[in-house]
Ligand binder design. Sequence first.
Ligand code: NDP
Length: 291
Amino acid sequence: MSATIIDGYSIAASVRSRVAEGVSRLTGKGVHPCLAVVLVGDNPASVSYVSGKERALREVGMKDRTIRLPADTGEKELLELVDSLNHDPDVHGILVQLPLPKHINEQAVIMAIDPSKDVDGFHPVNLGNMLIERECFLPCTPHGVLVLLRETGITTAGAHAVIVGRSNIVGKPLSVLLARRDCNATVTVCHTKTRDLAAITRQADILIAAVGSPRMISADMIKPGAAVIDVGVNRVADDTAKNGYRLVGDVDFAPACEVASAITPVPRGVGPMTIAMLMENTLEAALRTLR
Ligand code: NDP
């Protein structure tokens, strides 16, 4: 079997193009959607994610308010910045790039963002509303995974979805979304204390890897015909690459293609969807100012 490669890059491009139309309509009504991205320090992966967000903002025609701060920025200073962005009527969405340097309490910063500008969907108010199926900003990566499944025609209703990873930003919210009445999957969440991980992943109709461990999901952990979504983004050394590394997922991609029915590649799978959903949330935040 050779799996269908789920083209997250193209699906994300069509989401962005729809967002761009919305931005243009809204700008015509006098509201120019604006996202403030705050980057503290120079973690290479974060720097690269922020550049990707800036590119997307330009493409969809939104205002970009990227703020780069030194790694030794204090928590109080960051909280004051968030507060000023909360009160800035020209800013519709606020994203503080994670991870933050160790001396800053991430949860305190997330809690400080006005939920109506929390386009990452990480604030407890948005997470709580997601849980009880009320309108909210959905976290971008889990939402992007749902859109990928939907656009690829993968049925979630009645399917057994196994998620490997239980982080607050990917695994946990995704488990909630897949179990909601609009997806109707039966969900199992795995983590480092899961016994016999392979026995569980092999039961998955939809297998989602959000671990952060290069190629840890081997082909023999996948049920023949399963859909595989690889959220992982891992840098591995590669002397042949210009920058000395390349990106691989959590799934051992080539052998997995021989077993799965559909699979996302890394890069060009889930990653572009995360940014596209961020653009969608920011447009929505700006639209809400007219309601
Ligand atoms: P975290 O490190 O926060 O969480 C990893 C999870 O994987 C934890 O729940 C951990 O379990 C579990 N885990 C780790 N090792 C194993 C193992 N051997 N067996 C079973 N479970 C294991 O990671 P994130 O959720 O933030 O990110 C996961 C990956 O997704 C990373 O590669 C990250 O770069 C990528 N990512 C990609 C995004 C995108 O847009 N494509 C967006 C966000 C993340 P435990 O809880 O027990 O420690």
